[in-house]
Design a protein around this ligand. Structure first.
Ligand code: ADP
Length: 450
């Protein structure tokens, strides 16, 4: 880790703009990069330098490690911020950056590697006292009789998962013993083909959990804090749609115990920067499923409740600065929601690229919009459809719901289709407004609403 005054942002879209602003807050120069499809990105001219590094195809630009390293070299960047997605959880990328004598704005590559292997991650968590889903922290053996015995001990339904899996792929739910052998064989084959490793593990399948996650922040000197929890149960096809902080109805003592165990885990693995421990939450218990070793899309809800600039803190940690506060200083107040605004048809979810012909963003007390779009900007068909995040903060959950309804009603995006109507309907859904719905609620509601 070395001092730096220039940060290359190895990403695009709203998060590139978010990182650029955090750099400016710290007096750091920012270098934005783009593919040929993003040449008109509004954050380009606002950055200190804007470099086109390759064609539209992400493998040739945003995933092209040599091109990104070259851009860092020619621009004099001392650090590279990976954002989320793309190369953000690629241990090889972090290593390549370190080998160049540059700083990767993220954890040590060893921590990325450990957390990328779900069996190693589970083992590290159990050692730190983080509660995990029942099931062994070991790869499944080959012997079908042994596998059957392990599944019997856990109790059906179980879920078979690839150790190297990600993005909701490489996992299969098994309801009865009769299906077990075939399910293991199919998942093993998928794991070998998709993730390059046939290693599998097995755990209890929880039927009605909520998705609750804990945000951590660590410096390079062994200090770590957790900044409260978020609920991201409103998902469609494993994609989060609405997030909130705090997760409603979680007893403070239970959260404090789990938060402290996450901090302990960070210290044990020598973690640095920001990270998120994802849990399933069912019947008052937390069960760890995975750690994201990067900044997350939904970090703003925690920024609003904890009063912390998570991206600024992440950059400070990368500069080697000690954390400026302790756990006792962390207080979370009020309630925050985030709606992910996507360029897509709100009924069919088909992507809707095109030119934004008119735009009105909501504003006012407790309303924040993280976005890179502006009038005249063309949404490209090549990448993720996320174009803006509407975030609100209010003294309590009911007031935050009212504030989000008003913000969504005020917002207007012309020229393309967006999921704004879906968000407006979600914030009128009585079950969601009551709070505490499980990870299946949104899909069920989509299937059954009139
Ligand atoms: P990925 O790395 O692919 O995102 P995760 O381990 O985070 O994989 O799991 C993705 C999703 O699969 C979870 O958000 C949850 O919906 C479901 N899932 C994973 N493990 C379990 C489990 N033990 N019980 C119930 N659902 C699970």
């Amino acid at each position: 880790m070395t001092a730096f005054d220039t940060v290359l942002i190895a990403n695009r879209g709203e998060i590139a703009e978010r990182i650029r602003r955090a750099c400016a807050d710290l007096g750091l120069r920012s270098v934005a990069i783009c593919s040929t499809a993003d040449r008109d990105a509004p954050y380009g001219p606002r950055s200190d330098l804007f470099l086109c590094i390759g064609p539209a195809k992400a493998s040739k630009s945003y995933l092209n490690i040599p091109a990104i390293l070259l851009a860092a070299r020619v621009s004099g960047a001392g650090a590279i911020h990976p954002g989320y997605g793309f190369l953000s959880e690629n241990a090889g990328f972090a290593e390549a950056i370190e080998a160049e004598g540059l700083t990767f704005v993220g954890p040590p590559s060893s921590a990325i590697r450990t957390m990328g292997d779900k069996i190693a991650a589970k083992r590290a968590m159990l050692e730190a006292g983080v509660p995990c889903v029942p099931g062994p922290d070991e790869a499944l053996p080959d012997d079908p009789a042994l596998i059957a015995r392990i599944a019997d001990e856990i109790g059906y339904p179980v879920i078979v998962k690839a150790a190297g899996g990600g993005g909701g792929r490489g996992m299969r739910v098994v309801a009865t013993a009769a299906e077990l052998a075939d399910s293991v064989a199919i998942t093993r084959e998928e794991a070998r083909n998709a993730f390059g490793s046939p290693a599998l593990y097995i755990e209890k399948f929880l039927e009605h959990p909520r998705h609750v996650e804990i945000q951590v922040l660590c410096d390079a000197h062994g200090h770590a804090v957790w900044l409260g929890h978020r609920d991201c149960s409103m998902q469609r096809r494993h994609q989060k749609v609405v997030e909130e902080a705090p997760a409603p109805g979680i007893p403070a003592e239970i959260a404090a115990r789990v938060g402290a165990s996450c901090v302990e885990a960070c210290q044990r693995i020598g973690y640095r920067g920001v990270g998120t421990f994802e849990f399933l939450y069912e019947n008052g218990e937390f069960y760890f499923i995975e750690m994201n070793t990067r900044l997350q899309v939904e970090h703003p809800v925690t920024e609003m409740t904890s009063g912390t600039d998570i991206v600024v803190e992440q950059l400070r940690a990368a500069m080697g600065q000690p954390l400026g506060f302790t756990q006792d200083d962390v207080t979370c107040t009020g309630h925050a929601f985030e709606c992910r605004i996507n360029a897509e048809n709100p009924e069919t979810f088909a992507a809707s690229p095109g030119v934004i012909t008119g735009l009105h963003l909501p504003s006012g007390p407790g309303v924040r919009v993280d976005t890179h779009i502006e009038e005249g900007y063309r949404i490209s068909p090549f990448y993720d459809s996320l174009i803006a995040k509407v975030i609100v903060h209010a003294p309590d959950r009911d007031q935050a719901i009212e504030r989000m309804r008003a913000a969504l009603d005020d917002m207007r995006i012309d020229g393309i289709e967006t999921n704004l109507p879906l968000h407006r309907a979600i914030f009128r859904d009585p079950a969601f407004c009551k709070g505490g719905t499980d990870i299946h609620h949104l899909e069920h509601w989509l299937r059954t609403r009139g």
